[in-house]
Design a protein around this ligand. Structure first.
Ligand code: ADP
Ligand code: ZN
Length: 735
């Protein structure tokens, strides 16, 4: 009887449970995967029906009814619901918040799957318009009109128009008055896969690539492949061949890329080689564009979907393959709210859907390497660069013997000059934006600090500000010390200072800085990368942002300004991280015909890390790191979960974790180690004191078992009201 049926509904609130509701009287029972509007407290909330039940712990007469059915047919399939449930279980995160993460914003807020959209189109009068004279008199109007003529009778989505011609509305007014243009509302159109001409021919694969492809072709069912190929070895080339197999069978391919990996370069390459327009899902999309991309994937019509982290939740009814490019990249892990790893969910999803997954990297994480050793994943190696590109020559510069003034030592300066004279491009890498990381007083030695964090303020000379990189606080940059009134000076260097000193040193050359400060405007990052690729700049100065995945054809020299930050890191992942970062940025050099060179400035040239990296490469660093982790019992040989808390009072942050600790003490066993509570490495951030409790276990099930019992206890504990807290399963940052 539908009347006694109970709906288990996920509601976007920070509580672990699903909530029970009765369906609307006299309407069909909403199926799992459909959205409903439900009364929650005194408000109406969008909820997702997870399943039907025939009983509830709450007496039937007290159960509230849904107030509205939002989807006549389920929005999500059983597979999609499975992933939501899995994510909630694995990360011990409230299911309603997981469901909210999984849905595009408009759907999360209750909008229709096919919302009405504003459309703009030409009228029949436009057919006889005099384009020639319009072009002369009002070129802007002509441009808009031509765009709309190309779009045909159906017209163009106003949102899309704004992306192409930001000021089109002003122009449209004049055209409307001339009777050439009309606006109307329309149901968002269904997706049509746009086929384009394949413009580029395939490379003939080299032996390594062919072997890798042959292995990849052995399975259309679940199998995990680690494509471990040095930078420029042609991994993308291998993906392309395998993708084509799957797309030709009419199936869908999902490619997950890092936050800034979704560049025009990659999209152009996919389009040119596969002959279809990829559907893109990334954080830069408008809500409506995101929804239409999501809908295209959900309908099964889009066969090529390329997206960043959250694209993992996109429904794929005809999935045939998942690729995670640059598997090691940290942007796959969300660091707030639902702290999921899109890479790990991708593996789980591939397994559930019984399709293959390819994880690619030049610097694979120890987790993936360990899976290969276990025999769980297949390890495919591409040890050499593709085509006639050679591996770059790597050399250290001792900054004690040859000090670096304003960041650049004499040997690095000379090398830049040499490469520029030979017509090459140089990339100078420094993972620190701003002018200088510290402002110090000449008189009393006082260092400008953030009032809300345990951190120093970074000097930003261009904007004349002191800025905290942890909480975003700013204050005006002054010449004198707050404490004693003497003059202050910036100490150390960031990318701004480096740009300045290179400009002074290489007059007549173009220098371009690329970091998150220089690329804040929408689209400016893409423009900067494109210009860098064209070779417009002789010297590129930048942070991590420049080091990932890019292919700058002319780049022959990479200079790493300060490589020592990671040498003495306290995190057990320090050396893995540092090796990844150096190998990735070094890998931008010499990717085509001309040989590349990499110079690394360090004050510790005798540190064993360098010898290992230069002689044995990432392979040896990772082998050694794995051996060490096995002895010290860190991941991947153990599993971690981190319980974090933050409060305006130090004692509250700790008291909350003490509750957890006491509860866990009963569970304490050989299989579970509890470390803490301790202050977080940065104990105060944005005005809150932060503390953490680390749980470590040799097996996953023990850890999950205790977290499952811990979570509801913490949700209901009185101390929780004074803190912000979170559970981070498989944390990648231990703070
Ligand atoms: P990765 O993804 O490993 O960094 P790419 O697939 O981007 O490598 O390849 C690096 C460069 O080598 C690209 O310019 C690509 O066109 C070229 N390339 C790849 N495979 C071959 C091949 N078999 N023969 C010649 N050039 C190749
Ligand atoms: Zn701060």
């Amino acid at each position: 009887m539908s009347d006694t049926s109970i709906l288990k509904v996920a509601v976007n609130v920070p509580l672990s449970t699903a909530f029970d509701y009765r369906p609307l009287a006299g309407t069909p029972l909403p199926e799992p995967g459909a959205r409903v509007l439900v009364p929650f407290g005194r408000r109406q909330q969008v909820g997702l029906v997870l399943e039907h039940a025939d009983s509830s712990e709450i007496p039937l007469e007290k159960l509230r009814r849904c107030s509205q059915l939002l989807d006549a047919r389920p929005l999500l399939s059983a597979n999609d619901l499975w992933l939501i449930r899995f994510t909630s279980d694995y990360y011990h995160h409230p299911i309603g918040e997981v469901a909210a993460t999984a849905l595009p914003a408009l759907l999360r807020h209750g909008k229709a799957l096919h919302p009405k959209v504003e459309m703009v189109a030409i009228t029949s009068a436009a057919a006889t318009a005099d384009f020639e004279s319009l072009r002369r008199r009002a070129p802007k109007q002509a441009e808009l009109l031509e765009l709309l003529v190309d779009a045909g009778d159906g017209g163009m989505d106003a949102d899309l128009l704004t992306e192409t011609l930001p000021n089109w509305r002003r122009v449209a007014k004049a055209l409307r008055e001339k009777g050439l243009l009309s606006g109307f509302e329309s149901r968002a159109p269904d997706y049509d896969e746009r086929i384009v001409a394949e413009k580029a021919a395939d490379h003939e694969l080299n032996a390594g690539q062919s072997d890798a492809l042959k292995s990849l072709r052995t399975s259309d069912a679940f199998a995990a492949f680690l494509l471990d190929g040095v930078t420029g070895s042609g991994k993308t080339e291998v993906y392309l061949h395998r993708m084509r197999d799957v797309i030709d069978r009419g199936l869908q391919v999902l490619v997950l890329v890092p936050e800034i990996g979704l560049t025009p370069q990659l999209v152009d390459r996919l389009r040119a080689r596969l002959g279809i327009e990829p559907v893109l899902l990334h954080s830069g999309l408008s809500d409506i564009a995101r929804l239409s991309a999501w809908r295209a994937a959900r309908s099964g019509a889009a066969r090529l979907i390329v997206g960043t982290r959250s694209a993992i939740f996109t429904p794929l009814p005809n999935a045939g393959l998942i690729i995670v490019d640059e598997e090691h990249d940290h942007s796959f892990k969300q660091q707030e709210g639902l702290r999921y790893s899109a890479r790990d969910l991708a593996i789980a999803k591939a397994k559930h859907l019984d399709i293959p997954i390819i994880l690619g990297s030049a610097t694979p994480t120890l987790e993936m390497l360990q899976h290969c050793r276990n025999g769980g994943y297949q390890h495919l190696l591409l040890p050499t660069r593709a085509g006639d590109a050679q591996p770059p020559q790597v050399r250290l510069i001792d900054t004690i013997r040859t000090p670096a003034t304003d960041g650049v030592s004499e040997p690095l300066g000379a090398a830049i000059e040499k490469h520029l004279n030979a017509g090459g491009q140089a990339l100078i890498f420094l993972n620190r934006r701003g002018f200088a990381p510290t402002l110090i007083c000449n008189g009393c030695g006082h260092i400008a600090g953030c009032q809300r964090c345990d951190s120093r303020l970074t000097v930003h000379a261009n904007s004349k500000l002191l800025r905290c990189h942890h909480c975003g606080a700013t204050r005006p940059l002054t010449d004198t010390c707050d404490e004693c009134g003497e003059n202050v000076k910036p100490l150390g260097e960031g990318t701004e200072r480096l740009e300045e000193s290179l400009t002074a040193r290489f007059p007549g050359h173009t220098i371009k800085r690329i970091d998150s400060d220089s690329t804040q405007r929408k689209g400016s990052m893409h423009a900067a990368l494109q210009s860098a690729t064209r070779g417009d700049a002789d010297i590129l100065v930048g942070t991590q942002m420049l080091s990932k995945g890019h292919h700058f054809p002319n780049l022959t020299l990479v200079g790493i300004v300060n490589a020592d930050q990671g040498l003495f890191g306290t995190d057990f992942r320090s050396s893995e991280r540092m090796a990844q970062s150096i190998v990735q940025v070094a890998g931008r050099s010499g990717r085509e015909h001309r040989a590349g060179e990499v110079l690394i400035q360090t004050a510790f040239p005798d540190n064993a890390f360098w010898k290992t990296l230069i002689d044995g490469g990432y392979r040896q660093i990772s082998d050694e790191a794995l051996a060490e982790r096995e002895i010290t019992r860190w991941p991947p040989y153990t599993r971690l979960a981190l319980l974090r808390s933050a409060a305006t009072r130090h004692a509250d942050a700790h008291r909350f974790l003490d509750v957890a600790r006491r509860f866990l003490a009963n569970d304490s066993s050989d299989a579970l180690r509890i470390l803490g509570p301790v202050d977080a490495p940065m104990a105060r951030k944005a005005g809150r004191y932060r503390a953490q409790l680390l749980l470590q276990s040799s097996d996953r099930s023990t850890l999950h078992h205790v977290l499952r019992r811990l979570r509801p206890l913490l949700e209901n504990d009185a101390t929780a009201r004074k803190v912000r807290w979170s559970i981070d399963v498989d944390p990648i940052e231990l703070f």
